[in-house]
Write a protein that binds this ligand. Structure first.
Ligand SMILES: NC(=O)c1ccc[n+]([C@@H]2O[C@H](COP(=O)([O-])OP(=O)(O)OC[C@H]3O[C@@H](n4cnc5c(N)ncnc54)[C@H](OP(=O)(O)O)[C@@H]3O)[C@@H](O)[C@H]2O)c1
Length: 290
């Protein structure tokens, strides 16, 4: 017999997807389901998680809520573990109680960055900072408690537009009037459009998938490559100059220390990062680039 979350038509299953942390960047791409934010569902509060899940009876949970600011996570380890490890335990426990399929968003920060090639699903995690440890604990909890769950690891996610993008791409877009911008090169990642990521999660659920998936737009650029692509897409003349990563590491110890962060999948393929970036800038930043 099919479990309640397998083989549902998307109109039914999208309505019954409950999203935690829907007020964040990734939440901008879930215009469906039951949206919860810290105010309506604090994942650190087990009693509240149980009440909210029992009320809505979701068939699927997209668990986005997390402490995500790497610098803050290093400053406040207890708070980081409470949100990311204990919070995920609470969500997994309550999901099991209501029979919901859990989709947990994890990160390439579970890896140590020493591999030359992009990390694939069966590489062994070896986190190097509190954020990575806390997210890996979340993975272990989810996979240990819910054999039907999906763990979707991603990397360098972008999106949110002018209101919710507080990261690298917005930062570059806002400086394009300058003649030159210094950007730290060296390490590689997988820039991933939040919109593509959410569509992939929905697709995986629809197909009744389970287990660990690396969900990233194809490619493994450095931040210098990305900045140059932004300049090209925007039709700007700004020169991108590669800066010294050691300076950043001195300012924010631990936060930028890992090497390679890029991911690839042995199971699925998303479109190339350049194509996704072009769509993001062309739609969500249309008319806003000076
Ligand atoms: N962005 C990336 O590059 C990236 C890469 C890999 C994985 N991820 C994962 O993707 C997920 C979504 O990330 P994002 O980029 O959308 O981050 P985000 O913009 O920081 O969103 C996270 C949301 O979670 C909420 N939250 C934090 N603690 C909470 C709690 N105790 N209870 C309820 N809500 C809480 C935050 O609310 P407040 O604003 O009130 O704190 C925020 O709205 C996270 O699980 C993250 O670890 C992100």
């Amino acid at each position: 017999m099919a479990t309640p979350h397998q083989g549902l038509s998307m109109s039914t299953s999208r309505d019954k997807i409950l999203i935690t942390g829907a007020g964040g960047m990734l939440g901008s791409y879930t215009d469906f389901g039951i949206q919860t934010t810290r105010d309506t569902l604090n994942v650190e509060d087990l009693a509240q998680v149980r009440v909210v899940f029992a009320k809505h009876k979701p068939s699927v949970i997209f668990h986005f809520a997390a402490a995500t600011n790497l610098v803050e996570c290093e400053k406040d380890p207890p708070g980081t573990y409470r949100a990311n490890a204990v919070g995920t335990y609470n969500v997994a426990l309550a999901a099991r109680e209501v029979g919901a399929k859990l989709v947990y968003v994890s990160t390439s920060a579970v890896f140590d960055g020493k591999k030359e090639a992009p990390y694939v699903e069966n590489d062994i995690p070896n986190p190097q900072n509190h954020y990575g440890h806390s997210k890996y604990m979340g993975e272990l909890v989810v996979l240990g408690m819910l054999p039907d769950a999906i763990v979707a690891r991603t990397c360098w996610m972008f999106g949110g537009g002018p209101d919710k993008d507080h990261k690298f791409i917005a930062n570059i877009l806002k400086q394009l009037e300058k003649s030159k911008i210094d950007v730290i090169g060296g390490k590689r990642g997988s820039p991933t459009y939040g919109k593509d990521f959410v569509e992939t999660l929905v697709d995986l659920v629809e197909k009744g998938e389970r287990g660990v998936f690396h969900v990233g737009n194809e490619g493994a650029p450095t931040r210098v490559d990305i900045a140059r692509e932004i300049v090209k897409i925007a039709g700007a003349k700004t020169e991108i100059v590669e800066a010294d990563a050691a300076v950043f590491e001195k300012q924010y110890p631990g936060a930028g220390a890992r090497g390679n962060e890029s991911i690839a999948s042995t199971k699925i393929t998303l479109r190339p990062w350049q194509e996704a970036l072009q769509e993001y800038i062309g739609t969500e930043w249309k008319g806003l680039i000076k």
